[in-house]
Design a protein around this ligand. Sequence first.
Ligand code: ADP
Length: 266
Amino acid sequence: KRIKGNYKYELGELASTLNYMAQEIVRSNQIKDDFISSISHELRTPLTGIKGWSETLTSGGFDPAETKIGVGIIAKETDRLIGLVEEILDFSKLQQNEMKLVITRVNLKEILQEIMLNVWAKAEQKQIQLKLDDKTNRTVFVTADGNRLKQVFLNIVDNAIKFSNENSWIELVLRITDNHQVLVEVIDSGIGISEEHLKKVKDRFFQVNHQGGGTGLGLAISQQLVELHNGQMDINSELGVGTTVSVMLPLLELTEADDVPGQGDN
Ligand code: ADP
């Protein structure tokens, strides 16, 4: 009797597991369908611009200034297309566990300063103030692929600019936590994300809105890259107040501010 009872119980459990798996498959298929339709749209927009301008220019009769504008748009849209395709390739590499990192010792503050320089002009256009608040007052080293870390922070700061209003501010805070981790927070005072949509943003692929365009893969790629570095990424947000994206990485070494190992009397 007891055996029969257990058997029944196991069958019930198996049925609910299968049911759950079936629902998950339907859900992930839906996410993939949404993704394919949004990515196709994103790819088509620059292609339409390129096609339009190349046809127009081929028809001839333009002065050099007009030609320059047309060629400039073709170049810009081509860059956008390359960026989109690279995002898709990165994402697929990460999914298939094929992302290779080139690990060295990386000065994290230097990376953040480079990012700030990189996005300075974009922030200026919207009169957004960019600040770096270094709470460590030291030189912070992590073991990382410097280019990939740049990609992560560039994506986060780019989003912060994209989803901020004019005359606002974005702050990058660098600190060391009690458990020997490096924490970088990118805090913006932008449009924020509602609670309901934040869940979906965390759920890969999803895009809250198509403002500014994009694949909706940026954060997913960043999160996976941070995890490949044995770190953690999190996002908190309040609609109308702002968003904070935090990246935690294992600390390799902390030295006095100007005392870079290998260059001084270390
Ligand atoms: P993309 O920027 O290509 O759309 P991301 O993965 O980088 O993709 O971001 C996904 C979505 O999360 C964005 O479309 C946006 O709706 C939301 N988001 C990301 N960062 C912010 C931010 N700082 N403020 C408000 N919304 C954000």
